[in-house]
Design a protein around this ligand. Structure first.
Ligand code: OAD
Length: 253
């Protein structure tokens, strides 16, 4: 039996599914990954841009980078991998946990159902936040935010309507904790799942990479979709080596 057939049987027989996705699922939409040949961390030093200390030292520079990433991602569309997952998660008992901040899973779910993510029957957990949301550095204000950001001067940066503090991207930076509620729901879904599908992640960053490990510890079967081996490959019951945009429609249709 080939790996695709084996994986299709595992998906077909599953009652409750948890999915963990990473940057690789958006590669075919044109969003750069973090660690590949053209990865974002090859051109930028994370500690210069994606840390609270970097923002405190030079918020304009950090916003300039996020404004550039937002612009780049806003031009990208969900690909057949996102769409296959959106259809699958809307129709099944499935929780989609993503490390991606690009919003493409959300867009695919709403495009597919013409409704909000929750109305589409979709639990979507964005572990690392969203490029298209902001929160205040001085108070608890946070909201969705898609407007262009003028990062030419510090004075032009977006400010909190509630307290006047500087707004920052609502993403998780190095050295910051993930939202405990969101992370807790991801681990609950992992504990309840009998199948875990891991797509397009190097599985090197924890706690995200611990979600599939928790699922396996609770007895779930593991299916991996990735052109390259990862630390999870040896634990997988089926490994599909190739691009998510082709393999997910074949796996989940
Ligand atoms: P990485 O850049 O570390 O890994 C991307 C993975 O996608 C690799 O394993 C590739 O082999 C795989 N890949 C590439 N093209 C693919 C395709 N077409 N289909 C399927 N897979 C493909 O990205 P992540 O694992 O998502 O965190 O990185 C995890 C976290 O590290 C990010 O969320 C970010 C970063 O630091 C924060 O910013 C907090």
């Amino acid at each position: 039996m080939d790996a695709l057939q084996r994986a299709r049987e595992l998906v077909g027989g599953a009652r409750s599914v948890v999915v963990l996705s990473g940057a690789g699922i958006s590669a075919e939409s044109g969003v750069p990954t973090f660690r590949g040949e053209d990865g974002l961390w090859k051109s930028f030093r994370p500690e210069q841009l994606a840390t609270p200390a970097a923002f405190a030292a030079d918020p304009r520079l950090v916003w300039e980078w996020y404004a550039w990433r937002r612009e780049r991602v806003a031009a990208c569309r969900p690909n057949p991998g996102h769409e296959a997952l959106a259809r699958f998660c809307g129709a099944r008992d499935a929780t989609l946990v993503t490390q991606n901040v690009d919003g493409l899973h959300r867009l695919a779910a709403t495009d597919h159902a013409g409704k909000s993510v929750a109305e589409a029957g979709h639990e979507l957990l964005e572990l690392h936040g969203s490029l298209f949301a902001v929160r205040c550095t001085g108070c608890t204000f946070r909201r969705a935010h898609r407007d262009p950001v003028d990062a030419t001067t510090r004075d032009a940066l977006p400010r909190c309507p509630s307290c006047g503090g500087l707004l920052r991207p609502d993403v998780v930076w190095f050295g910051e904790a993930l939202d405990a509620g969101v992370l807790g729901r991801a681990f609950e879904a992992a504990a309840a799942a009998d199948l875990c599908l891991v797509v397009g992640t190097s599985a090197l960053v924890h706690p995200a990479a611990s979600v599939p490990l928790a699922a396996v510890r609770s007895g779930a079967r593991l299916v991996e979709v990735n052109p390259e081996p990862t630390p999870l490959s040896s634990l997988a019951d089926a490994v599909l080596r190739g691009p998510a945009g082709t393999l997910l429609p074949a796996l989940l249709s």
